[in-house]
Write a protein that binds this ligand. Structure first.
Ligand SMILES: [Zn+2]
Length: 295
């Protein structure tokens, strides 16, 4: 890999903290290998909640957008990545029956052609070889996650086309597009089984009971990236988003050693590729390294 033109990975996320819970160990691994990694965060997470009981205080709620920027900066340092906000406003997670309308001006309501423009500009400037994003269901049904999927696919297809988005930089065609697939039923079952086998109580019993097998997408996994040695980095980055995560909660309930032994990968679906890459694969840059002449 030459320093002049290293491999580049762009991870598109909805809110600050999503980069630390989805694909974080993969990013840390590639950073360690000399890949340039950029996180694009679509919104500022302005409508998020305080999910850590220890920080659920009025003065924290008042300054939440600012605090979340500081948390993002800390997570960015821990992961060793670059990071940019795309400037959209969090849509919030609508709750109730019937669901309330989305707030005016929020990210999810911006037409996709318009909402993809800042990402097209970023792709043409950063020139990523590989992009990661969410699947068409958003990974989980938050309107900003679904919108993040839509703008990522749209920008992947448009960034290399000189006729689209003129004035936003020189066309650049990324080579591969992936969807995160890490939260699968087989993984949860494997962790659950290993915890029970060790004689401990599983934190996943209720979660497994409420899991809708229809929604499981593990059959779509094409790519398993070994990154167990970076799981601790992932956890440290996640804990840096202190308002968003309860350090005593379910996220950290499974011992690291069990995760590293039982499920040492982060998993993806290869959704688009303009290079030859036979699946299954264990590297997001399979087929890219030979194409761009780096090892
Ligand atoms: Zn999110």
């Amino acid at each position: 890999m030459t320093e002049a033109d290293p491999l580049r990975l762009l991870a598109v996320h909805a809110h600050p903290d999503d980069e630390s819970s989805k694909g974080a160990a993969t990013m840390a691994k590639y950073v360690a290998e000399g890949v340039r990694v950029l996180v694009a965060t679509c919104t500022g997470g302005e409508r998020g909640s305080v999910l850590n009981p220890a920080l659920d205080r009025p003065e924290v709620w008042e300054r939440l957008p600012e605090i979340r920027r500081d948390e993002m900066a800390r997570a960015r340092e821990i992961l060793g990545v670059e990071q940019e906000f795309l400037g959209f406003v969090d849509s919030g997670l609508p709750e109730g029956d019937p669901l309330p309308p989305l707030p005016e001006g929020c990210f999810a309501l911006v037409p996709t052609e318009e909402a993809a423009a800042p990402l097209v500009e970023l792709i043409r400037r950063f020139r990523p070889h590989v992009i990661t994003t969410y699947d068409e269901r958003g990974g989980y049904p938050h309107p900003d996650h679904i919108k993040t999927h839509e703008v990522s696919v749209h920008a992947f297809d448009a960034a290399g086309d000189p006729d689209r988005y003129p004035g936003l930089g020189q066309p650049w065609q990324p080579l591969k597009l992936y969807y995160h697939m890490s939260f699968s039923l087989p993984r949860l079952q494997a962790l659950h089984g290993a915890i029970l086998a060790s004689g401990a109580e599983s934190p996943y019993t209720e979660w497994l009971e409420s899991w809708d097998p229809e929604r499981d997408m593990s059959h779509r996994v094409t790519t398993k990236v070994p990154c167990a040695e970076y799981f601790a980095v992932r956890d440290a980055a996640l804990i840096a988003h202190a308002t968003q995560i309860d350090p005593t909660g379910r996220w950290f309930a499974c011992p690291l050693e069990v995760q590293q032994r039982v499920w040492p990968t982060e998993d993806y679906e290869l959704a688009r590729s303009v290079v030859d890459s036979a699946v299954p694969e264990d590297d997001l840059f399979t087929g890219v390294r030979s194409e761009v002449g780096v090892r």
